[in-house]
Design a protein around this ligand. Structure first.
Ligand code: MN
Ligand code: MN
Length: 469
């Protein structure tokens, strides 16, 4: 409440009653800025090692093992403070620190996704046309197709052979290795292409990737360039053409994470959505140094970019089963555990971009450097396709963040009818869990090179840590 004597003047009224939106990072002291910079170094390393969901799971488990996490054993009675992980098919992973009360009063969850938009290889990708060997691709997630032409791409993933071997592929990241690319038409001959609407100027079917051009030396036969590529792949991996059928191969941008701006305040990289939340969600459970009251859980999930379906996505029962396994040992029904649980759906939001201001509502957008963003609801049109956090849960989150002096802001995706999008929040809400989206504002979201602020990244870490505490 206002104090009539003290708060009569403009400045104190303003401070007390109005929410400040501009340059909120000025509230931070030097120490917080330095810690943000330091935290982003570890993040860049993680980004460079984890460009796909498989690589993210592998790297996350590596880091977790160093922090004392052990593989979860169903039926084992864990003591408070014990740290476990559950690897779901090398594409999703759950980390938990057992609480003093176990699961009795619910759990605290932070869930982020580790899949990002990219070009997947088709099951039968390799072909030759006019003496050029190429891969057919099928794009994954929401991309603006023109952004994926004429940039260096790297091939990541695995071949699983009939003999039971799983061969890892990672080619195009080092300067000494070859990379790949999708070609685009020269401007001189693009009169027709450039007159088309953007959606039709580059077609999904035309995102073909250049993989070779030198023919196998022979005086007869066709498809000699393709044959030569297969010969090289056979020498390197021992595979034959049919092995592409049992492979998960993804083409991702070949560039590394790098500071952006003269002031080095930002990081540019492929796959910030959603590793910029996955990394803080992971590090906050790894760095959690007390024994929590309630069991705390970080989930790194797959398939968010294509609707969370599939056995490694949040529509799958894998999280429910894991919580049921914890609940069984505590002799509690998992339904009651879920009902009392709370979750941060750690995902990105669209940062206000002054160049494209017309699609944002300035009063309800998030801005880079203003801290971690809480998003009450996502969806599109008349709030379709979203869960909405309740007023009460929002109040609780505000209190937690303010108590721990975490810099935060609120944000909606954009103007009401400008478009829309969703997160995993609604799938968690459907399990009768309280959930809200919290994450990092991103510029150029879903582009091969996305940009975030180091301060916002660090605040996401501090926010999740505060929620777990
Ligand atoms: Mn996302
Ligand atoms: Mn996304």
């Amino acid at each position: 409440m206002l104090n009539k004597e003290k708060d009569g003047d403009f400045e104190s009224l303003k401070e007390k009653l109005l929410a400040e939106k501009n340059n909120r990072c000025l509230k931070l002291d030097k120490k917080q800025i330095n810690l943000s910079n330091k935290f982003s170094e570890g993040y860049k390393e993680f980004l460079n090692k984890a460009k796909t969901e498989r690589e993210a799971v592998k790297e996350a488990i590596n880091l977790a093992k160093k922090a004392g996490f052990q593989e979860f054993v169903v039926g084992h009675r864990y003591k408070a403070g014990e740290k476990v992980y559950y690897n779901n098919r090398n594409k999703a992973v759950i980390f938990a620190v057992i609480g003093k009360k176990g699961t009795q009063d619910g759990t605290k969850l932070a869930i982020a996704h580790i899949d990002s938009p990219r070009l997947d290889l088709k099951p039968n990708p390799l072909y030759e046309s006019n003496n050029i060997a190429m891969f057919k691709t099928h794009y994954y997630g929401g991309i603006k197709k023109y952004q994926w032409t004429a940039i260096p791409l790297a091939l990541h993933g695995v071949f699983a052979t009939k003999s039971g071997k799983v061969l890892e592929v990672n080619i195009g990241e080092k300067e000494t290795e070859p990379c790949f690319c999708v070609t685009d038409l020269l401007p001189h001959l693009s009169k027709e292409q450039m007159a088309k609407p953007m959606q039709k100027s580059i077609l999904g079917e035309n995102l073909n990737v250049l993989v070779g051009s030198r023919p196998f030396k022979s005086d007869k036969g066709s498809n000699l360039v393709k044959l030569n590529i297969m010969k090289l792949l056979n020498e390197k991996y021992g595979i034959v053409e049919e092995d592409f059928l049992s492979a998960d191969l993804e083409l991702v941008p070949a560039f590394k994470a790098q500071d952006v701006g003269f002031d080095r305040s930002m990081v540019g990289a492929y796959g910030h959505d959603d590793r910029v939340c996955a990394y803080p969600a992971l590090m906050s459970i790894l760095d959690y140094d007390k024994v929590p009251d309630k069991t705390i859980i970080t989930v790194l999930t797959d398939k968010e970019e294509i609707g969370s379906d599939g056995n490694t996505g949040m529509n799958s029962a894998f999280l429910r089963y894991f919580i049921a396994d914890l609940a069984d040992v505590d002799s509690v029904n998992y339904r009651h555990v879920l009902t009392k649980s709370q979750c941060l759906s750690a995902d990105v939001n669209a940062a206000f971009d002054p160049t494209y201001a017309s699609v944002y509502d300035e009063n309800n957008s998030c801005f880079i450097n203003n801290g971690v963003v809480i998003t009450k609801y996502t969806g599109s049109g008349g709030k379709y396709g979203t869960s909405e956090a309740s007023a009460e849960f929002m109040a609780q989150i505000r209190r937690i963040l303010d108590d721990k002096k975490v810099l935060w802001q609120s944000g909606e995706l954009g103007k009401v009818d400008a478009g829309g999008g969703g997160t995993i929040a609604k799938y968690v809400a459907n399990l009768n869990v309280d959930v809200v989206d919290l994450g990092v504002p991103v510029l150029s979201m879903h582009a091969p090179f996305e940009v975030i602020s180091k301060i916002d990244l660090f605040m996401a870490y501090r926010a999740i840590l505060a929620f777990f505490s």
